[in-house]
Write a protein that binds this ligand. Structure first.
Ligand code: GLN
Length: 488
């Protein structure tokens, strides 16, 4: 029997209902596990043991009075350091927000609280969610629990690593270009990015607002569905949030839908740059679906090769505008060296932001400047529409699309940190999904010969989460990769 800290939400909910365990016992198990292994993994920037146990006690009290709030009641959920939790530090792993404490809860956090979840700790990330390895954190580098020399992926590397190491039962991350799916793939857990707008962005520190989405990391597709269900919905505090248009009730629906489905496989995703073991693993996954009676359709996403350059124009443009608010006056750090108003801005920003964030602010400012706006930003927006058009055409013919999540398994720390372009290619298979605003999930699909996890990405139609979860759940039922745990 696996330790409590490696169990799923669904399993723990049954045990809680049967009185076989308590939220305090689960939370304590996760705390003890974090104390035992986080010195090696370094997934957490901080955690508040007293507050977690207080929430757990309250959950047990509710349950004893017959007032349980449902499947998530009493479950510790780790939180990426970019989501606002009242009275907790909120730093986005940046020096510019050092010592900043959030005065309010993000909407997704409030919703988790309403579902009874225990809000647990602050998880490391790339500074302002810019990166693919969590090495851009201003505070620490996180290790991949499967190979402590390797990166966990990013930017939500802390969220993926903490879950894989058993330091939380589930976690939240954010995904602007792949930051949930890529680390999920590299750490051997499930990670999901919803349709744009399905989860409120209120209380998520903005990186690129037209791309950012909150989403769950979980041990199983069912757990991810449970978390999604708790967090989705229109929020008056985020004008881009939207009520679900398709089927919901994901956690039960995913078990009833059995296929067979029509599944698209884009040829462009298996060409140059893909690691041979990833290629053969994903081809095997495609074969598995075929053997279950699914129809495999070769599709074309001809503009996908433009996704990375388009993303780095749009995302940096939006970031340059969003990050203008960090001025040394309103939040966090103010340079001791500043002498007048202008130097408060320049010195605080100069000292507070790391290299990658500065690189992007400069690039974003450039593509928005009056002489270049039409040549870069406007053209990128047009290509973005073409990328969406490719998906729309494909979804006329198929129910979901299968691709690798990441072109390579986890690489060693330091291997790409001096080469931003090679780092940018980590998201080559995930970025077009954000540009199109559609949902996608990464699920474990096996291991390389050296024992590193591989992820299969399943892309759904806008608001097609129910089908996407069902396709993912079917694969999970036919394999045992999701329940394997690293030796730590
Ligand atoms: N790795 C991509 C980037 O660096 C995506 C990050 C994200 O999804 N937040 O921008």
């Amino acid at each position: 029997m696996p330790n409590l800290y490696f169990k799923t939400i669904a399993e723990l909910a049954v045990m809680l209902d049967a009185g076989e365990t308590s939220s305090v016992a689960i939370t304590q198990a996760v705390i003890d596990r974090a104390r035992a292994v986080d010195g090696q993994v370094k997934a957490f920037l901080s955690f508040d043991v007293k507050d977690a146990l207080k929430q757990a006690k309250a959950s047990d009290q509710r349950r004893s009075e017959g007032k349980s709030l449902g499947l998530l009641d009493g479950i510790p959920v780790g939180i990426k350091d970019t989501l606002a939790v009242k009275d907790y530090p909120l730093c986005c792993a940046s020096k510019i927000l050092e010592n900043y404490v959030s005065p309010f809860d993000a909407t997704c956090i409030l919703k988790l609280r309403k579902a009874g979840a225990v809000i647990w700790g602050r998880l490391n990330m790339d500074e302002f969610a810019m990166g693919s390895s969590t090495e851009n954190s201003a505070y620490q580098t996180t290790s991949n629990p499967w190979d402590l020399e390797a990166i966990p992926g990013g930017s939500s590397g802390g969220s993926a690593a903490a879950l894989a190491a058993g330091e939380a039962i589930a976690t939240l991350g954010t995904d602007t270009g792949g930051s949930i799916r890529q680390p999920a793939a590299l750490c051997g857990v499930v990670g999901m990015k919803p349709t744009y707008g399905l989860i409120s962005r209120y209380g998520l520190v903005a990186f690129a607002s037209s791309l950012d989405q909150v989403g769950p990391f979980a041990r199983t597709v069912e757990d991810a569905a449970i978390l999604m269900e708790a967090m989705l919905g229109k929020d008056p505090l985020d004008s881009t949030s939207i009520a679900p248009k398709g089927e919901t009730g994901y956690a039960s629906v995913l078990k009833n839908k059995k296929g067979p489905w029509k599944l698209g496989v884009p040829q462009e995703f298996f060409g140059e740059g893909i690691h041979p073991e990833i290629k053969s693993n994903i081809e095997k996954a495609v074969e598995w679906y075929k053997a279950q009676g699914c129809e495999i359709v070769n599709i074309l996403l001809p503009h996908s090769e433009l996704a990375v350059p388009v993303y780095y124009i749009i995302a940096t443009a939006e970031a340059s505008s969003n990050l203008a608010r960090f001025d040394g006056v309103r939040y966090g750090l103010r340079s001791d060296d500043s002498k007048d108003a202008l130097s408060v801005f320049t010195k605080s920003r100069g000292e507070g932001f790391g290299d990658e964030v500065k690189r992007r602010i400069i690039l974003g400012t450039y593509v928005l400047s009056s002489g270049y706006y039409d040549a870069y930003y406007l053209r990128a927006q047009k290509v973005r529409r073409l990328i969406l058009g490719d998906f729309e055409k494909a979804f006329d013919r198929v129910d979901a699309i299968l691709t690798p999540t990441s072109p390579t398994p986890a690489f060693k720390r330091g291997e790409r940190s001096e080469d931003p372009l090679s780092m940018y290619l980590s998201d080559i298979y995930t970025i077009s999904v954000n540009l199109a605003g559609i949902p996608a999930i990464s699920i474990p699909s096996g291991f390389t010969k050296s024992g590193l996890p591989i992820g299969l990405q399943i892309i759904g139609k806008a608001f097609g989460e129910a089908d996407m979860f069902a396709v993912a759940h079917a694969f999970e039922q036919g394999h045992s990769y999701t329940r394997q745990t690293p030796n730590l």
